[in-house]
Design a protein around this ligand. Sequence first.
Ligand SMILES: Nc1ncnc2c1ncn2[C@@H]1O[C@H](COP(=O)(O)OP(=O)(O)OP(=O)(O)O)[C@@H](O)[C@H]1O
Ligand SMILES: [Mg+2]
Length: 250
Amino acid sequence: MSRCPLGVCDGSGWIEDVEARSVTPCACRPQLVAGRRARSLSAVVPRRYRGVSFDRPPVSDMPAPQVEVVRRYVRKLDERLAEGRGLWLFGGVGTGKTTLAMLVSQTALEQGRSVAIYSLPALLARIRETFDDAAAGSYTAMLEQLTEVHLLHLDDVGAEKTSPWVLEQLYAIVNARYEAERSIMITTNLGREELAAQIGERTVSRLEEMCDVIPVMGRDRRRFEAVDRRASPSSADEPPTDDAPGLRLA
Ligand SMILES: Nc1ncnc2c1ncn2[C@@H]1O[C@H](COP(=O)(O)OP(=O)(O)OP(=O)(O)O)[C@@H](O)[C@H]1O
Ligand SMILES: [Mg+2]
């Protein structure tokens, strides 16, 4: 059990009066509850993206103009978060969107900011789960947390179709953050109209107003890096073309 920050209770958030046989909440309790809540959010940079840095590949190999927008955002992180400004990274599969977004989240976490990092399909599944789970207000608590964190990082937005009910929850979160001027960062493979068809016009319209849009272009690094690795070492520096052996789709 952690210690009471006020030095009053035993760290449980409750003050027990043995003689009077009563228990009253300690003044530290709201802080304790908020801390527990924040800890139940996913605030971990996935292993693959841990330690990403502007100075090293893959980020140092990415197109400079896009990286520059992210770098400026990170440099002014305090201001950007205070203004509720976010980022919207879109582009083809395997172009580095998640890598750049994780760089932002990692920096925010290092600076002591609260960040919730979710792939949108996972978050929507979690919302569904907490709703089904009748246990002690977990659903409302989750929506509150998602509204309160300094940065909400949603990866793979629009990756799958889901029910109107769940999309309504997503709208509620985005709208609450929009009204409170809190930052959201998204990555998506979809263009604006496709995204609106997938998650709803009202949600996309708010995200559009809140975020700076960064197109992340290029080839699919997963596919081509794997081809490069399989290719002979002497050809590893040559960019593969669609005529390269093994690249033709069946
Ligand atoms: N410019 C680059 N140079 C080298 N490797 C890169 C580059 N961009 C991305 N990568 C690598 O390619 C892989 C895919 O990157 P990432 O997951 O960020 O892509 P993504 O755009 O989010 O893809 P998806 O749309 O499928 O989610 C990672 O292993 C990453 O390190
Ligand atoms: Mg991604």
